[in-house]
Design a protein around this ligand. Structure first.
Ligand code: 1PR
Length: 563
């Protein structure tokens, strides 16, 4: 079978390639217009921004051959932007036109009642046979095709499944004749997604080929709004990766960011910085273990990459490449995403660094220190938009904002509430005098951002940072807490409420999980979209399955199906 994949040169296509290899399907890449003639099946895994996709396809002379391929009746499967490109245009980039095969536009989600991007696991409900139970897939997008059988009947007739997000119902997959397209990412949707890809490929080509101009026989059915959508809360397993003292990459875990074993004072082993780097296992082994246990996402943070150029850090890239072969849920990579200079003097932009991680199999990159500097620059400029040069902006422009996570490392700054008259007085938190936590009891504080893994505290607050990075183009904010990291005392709900109240993009809670109840507490108390933990999973104290069972029991939606 002549299965070809279309890669327009930006966006992570490695995930789909890994899924196909895992399923045992061989494929070739479309590298020139002539390849379309050789293809007997084509998958276009478009990730990123509509404009970048259309612009790159046009520049490479691939847009018209793609249209001809689809019109020839040969099987086509478009994923995310690969589906959106079938439509007329997108509000994301009004000056660029899609193929116009589905006669309607792609619009932005209404963010007045919900977080945008729509990110996470949601159900895809079959339009024609709604009595068949829905399947859950991973979505990540800010723009969608609204399902509107009354106003746009012809477009609605393409809908194979619909999905509800907040008060909106959109077309989550299209199917007609030889054309299939999903807004969700089957290659990142665990076993359900792999099965969907496999089924499509194993259906005889003759059944998947047909014209798309069949007349519409029945009017598209109306789909009613449910009281609540099915978007589930995400549980993320995080691995802090660094070299041990022998140079091997290991997963480590600190207490308040100190990752070295405590050594009794006076010990002959004691070195200036403490004992050996705490070793909790190998990154790839742990990543595949957490995938199998039902983690909704996996995060790998290179916690010492600020010391050197990540592009020189081949072992970390090798870890990402290897982990991506086993993990079929989104993989986030962080650490050292910034403009750098290699030891030989070669300048590398943050976009190049991120691209290298995407090529290795990452789906999102997480930016820490560099996001702080970019936010500070924006504040100093007094503007309400960036100049497009920050790492956040350049990566979001090419790969879409959903691929850019900003990882904040805040630290509490305690102040005297009576005398404090500093710039953050509106963000002060006052701990209850009855709090069981000594760190909270009767105290007042604000949250300062830090850089270089907490080694340097800056004067910018967590709210200022969150608002600024959203303006610059961040698609998600990961909120760590140096005070809670590794303590097992629970997530810092005060901190998370502050960040959640400052932005529209999804917020991930991190640091402090010590028992399963902490997960239900953080979702109920703060409304965050996801919760991340490290220590309790690495030490085997609580299993991801137990966390999800607990959340389901507490009426909090999670993805529970795992093969
Ligand atoms: O600044 O862009 O190079 O990114 C560096 C990244 O490395 C940042 O995301 C920063 O959070 C992370 N990092 C740097 N130093 C450390 C350290 O521990 N010494 N890890 C570090 C931060 C936070 C989470 C941790 C949660 C959950 N670790 O990754 O997994 O706190 O832990 P818990 O569940 O055990 O409490 P840049």
């Amino acid at each position: 079978m002549g299965l070809y994949l279309l890669d327009y040169g930006a966006g992570n296509v490695q995930s789909l390639a890994n899924s196909l290899s895992k399923l045992g399907h061989s494929f070739e890449w479309i590298s020139s217009p002539a390849d379309f003639h050789k293809a007997t099946s084509l998958i276009f895994p478009g990730v990123g921004a509509f404009e970048t996709a259309v612009e790159n396809l046009t520049k490479k002379g691939l847009l018209e051959p793609l249209r001809e391929y689809i019109q020839s009746g040969k099987p086509y499967f478009g994923i995310c932007i690969g589906m959106q490109v079938l439509f007329q245009s997108s509000a994301e980039s009004p000056n660029f036109y899609g193929l116009g095969i589905v006669p309607t536009t792609i619009d932005r989600f209404d963010d007045s009642d919900k977080t945008v991007p729509h990110m996470g696991w949601n159900s895809a409900d079959l339009v024609q046979t709604p009595d068949v139970g829905p399947a859950f897939y991973y979505f990540v997008h800010s723009y969608c095709a609204k399902y509107s059988p009354t106003d746009r009947p012809e477009a609605a007739s393409w809908a194979y499944t619909t999905t509800q997000y907040g008060g909106e119902i959109f077309i989550s997959s299209v199917r007609k004749g030889n054309v299939f397209g999903t807004q969700f990412h089957p290659e990142k949707s665990g076993a359900a997604g792999l099965a969907l890809i496999d089924n499509w490929l194993r259906t005889p080509e003759a059944e998947r080929s047909a014209g798309i101009s069949k007349p519409v026989s029945l009017p598209p059915p109306t789909v009613s709004l449910k009281p609540r959508d099915n978007l589930s809360k995400r549980i993320i397993a995080c691995m802090d990766v660094r070299s041990d003292d022998d140079g091997n990459l290991i997963v480590t875990k600190g207490d308040q960011y100190d990752v070295r074993e405590k050594v009794p004072s006076g010990s002959s082993m004691q070195v200036k910085t403490g004992g050996a780097v705490r070793n909790l296992g190998k990154p790839v082994t742990l990543a595949s273990k957490y995938y199998a246990a039902g983690a909704d996402e996996i995060c790998l943070l290179n916690i010492t990459s600020f010391r050197h150029s990540p592009l020189q850090d081949q072992p970390m890239l090798a870890v990402v490449r290897a982990a991506a072969k086993y993990v079929f849920v989104p993989l986030t990579i962080g650490g050292g995403i910034k403009d750098t200079v290699d030891p030989d003097g070669t300048k590398r932009s943050a976009l190049e660094v991120a691209s290298e991680y995407f090529r290795a199999g990452a789906d999102k990159v997480s930016i820490g220190s560099d996001a702080v500097y970019a936010a500070e620059k924006l504040l100093v400029s007094g503007q309400n938009h960036g100049d497009g040069t920050s790492s956040i902006a350049t990566i979001a422009h090419t790969y879409g904002r959903q691929a850019v996570v900003v990882s904040i490392d805040p630290r509490r700054v305690y102040v005297d509430a009576v005398t404090y008259n500093g710039p953050h007085k509106d963000e002060l938190i006052h701990g209850s005098p009855e709090s069981i936590l000594e760190s909270d009891r009767g105290k007042s504080w604000w949250y300062a951002c830090t850089v270089s893994g907490g080694r340097e505290t800056r004067s910018i607050s967590v709210c200022q940072l969150a608002r600024a990075v959203e303006v610059l183009g961040a698609g998600e904010i990961l909120v760590n807490s140096i005070d809670r990291d590794g303590t097992g005392l629970g997530f810092d709900s005060d901190l998370l409420r502050l960040v959640k109240g400052s932005v529209k993009v999804p917020v991930v809670a991190s640091s402090g999980a010590g028992k399963k109840e902490h997960f239900s507490e953080v979702f109920e108390q703060t409304g965050v979209e996801a919760a991340l933990a490290a220590g309790i999973f690495h030490r085997g104290e609580v299993d991801i399955g137990e966390v999800k069972e607990h959340l389901t029991h507490n009426n909090i939606k999670v993805r529970t199906y795992v093969a």
